[in-house]
Design a binder for this molecule. Structure first.
Ligand SMILES: Nc1nc2c(ncn2[C@@H]2O[C@H](COP(=O)(O)OP(=O)(O)OP(=O)(O)O)[C@@H](O)[C@H]2O)c(=O)[nH]1
Length: 372
């Protein structure tokens, strides 16, 4: 998961590390030279003072004393150098904007090549810059850790922007909670509905599915298989072509039978298909969903982000499910989609089986984006 993203970030980490090391070494050299000057000055002082006394004395005794003085001088020099060395290790480096210009450019490129949308990449770079510029770093501190911390904090800021606790929302909402899923073809909408049905059923909610994809041949049969596997009620129309009517009936069924949640499938559509977009608007008008969830696949990268933006413009969505993150090497869509739409990511699809659904938590995703 996100292997290419991690690979691309390495370049940035290395560039900052090299910068801190270079700067640290330059400052250490300066400190060493200063310490050596001071040590020479100290060495000279006792020799000169006692040197006068030596001149005043005559014979062997005088020579012995002179030897002793030289010895003392060498010892003083040695202890001064080791003190200077430990001071160098404790030396702190302050990074300025100039030091970080190249590494931050490297970071921006890494983010863009990982399909992070430009405004999001810029936000992340600005936060990392704020984290690193002007802060004192010890030369012997773990530089990798410093850079990782800055990145983590910048990514966390972006990922947690529109955080929404879907569990809490469902627990508090009036029942039945009406949830409609929309998106383009083949991105994993129906599979995600089945996963969410299982997720909710496991948390004690009763679920009704609505076979609202009346457009694609085989779509009703597909959701029927999921309903059977999960042992949940499916509402469908025989030869019905109006998805709004199917979903409306599913809601009526749920009300009459005191079911908690209605999960409605809809046909896959592209935002450019005006008829199908109008149909989606009609569904929203008729059903008035509590949550309109846009489903897209993480592997589509910037395309998924752009589609989410366009769907959100046509009919305001309440959140996103990003599928196929298990197959996504880049991570850009997962990082960008919420920032661009201003709506939260609710779940991530992490495989093809029913349990392969993860409730979106910024820290969970961060561990996978930055982890080894
Ligand atoms: N690896 C992986 N595959 C997934 C995930 N979610 C869905 N899929 C697969 O994606 C394919 C398409 O899923 P569907 O649920 O049929 O997609 P859809 O959006 O309903 O398709 P349409 O009905 O054409 O709109 C299936 O093979 C799923 O098993 C996921 O999180 N990871």
């Amino acid at each position: 998961m996100f292997n290419r993203f991690k690979e691309r970030l390495k370049g940035f980490k290395e560039a900052v590390s090299t910068k801190i090391q270079e700067k640290g070494e330059a400052e250490a050299k300066k400190a060493e030279a200063k310490a050596a000057d001071k040590s020479n000055a100290e060495e000279k002082r006792p020799t000169q003072d006692k040197g006068g006394a030596v001149a005043a004395k005559e014979g062997k005794a005088g020579e012995e004393e002179a030897g002793q003085v030289q010895n003392n001088g060498a010892k003083a020099k040695q202890s001064f150098t080791s003190r200077a060395k430990s001071l160098i290790f404790e030396q702190e480096v302050v990074l300025d904007e100039k030091d970080l210009a190249d590494p931050l450019w490297e970071l921006e490129m890494a983010l863009m090549e990982s399909d992070v949308a430009l405004p999001v990449a810029e936000t992340i770079v600005a936060t990392v810059r704020d984290e690193l510029v002007g802060r004192k770093k010890k030369i012997r501190a773990d530089i990798g850790e410093i850079v990782e911390e800055a990145l983590r904090s910048a990514l966390f800021k972006v990922l947690s922007e529109n955080y929404f606790d879907v569990d809490e929302f469902i627990a508090r909402a009036d029942k039945p909670v009406k949830i409609v899923f929309v998106g383009v073809n083949g991105t994993g909408k129906t599979t995600s509905i089945a996963k969410v049905a299982r997720y909710l059923r496991d948390r004690g909610y009763s679920v009704v599915l609505a076979a609202g994809d009346t457009f694609r041949a085989g779509a009703v049969e597909q959701i029927e298989v999921h309903a059977k596997n999960l042992e949940v009620k499916l509402v469908k129309h025989k030869d019905g072509k109006d998805p709004a009517a199917v979903i409306f009936d599913a809601v009526e069924y749920a009300k009459a039978h005191h079911r908690d949640v209605v999960l409605a499938d809809t046909a896959g559509r592209l935002h450019t298909n005006i008829n199908l977009m109008d149909q989606m608007k009609k569904i929203v008008r008729v059903v008035d969903p509590d949550l309109l969830i846009f489903v897209d696949e993480a592997i589509a990268g910037n395309d998924a982000v752009e589609r989410a933006r366009l769907f959100n413009e046509a009919v305001p969505i309440d959140g996103t499910i990003l599928t196929k993150t298990d197959a996504d090497a880049k991570g850009g869509a997962a990082i960008s989609i919420s920032h661009i739409t201003g709506k939260p990511v609710l779940f991530l699809g992490v495989g093809q089986d029913y349990p392969d659904l993860v409730k979106f938590e910024p820290d969970w995703l961060l561990d996978r984006l930055l982890g080894s």
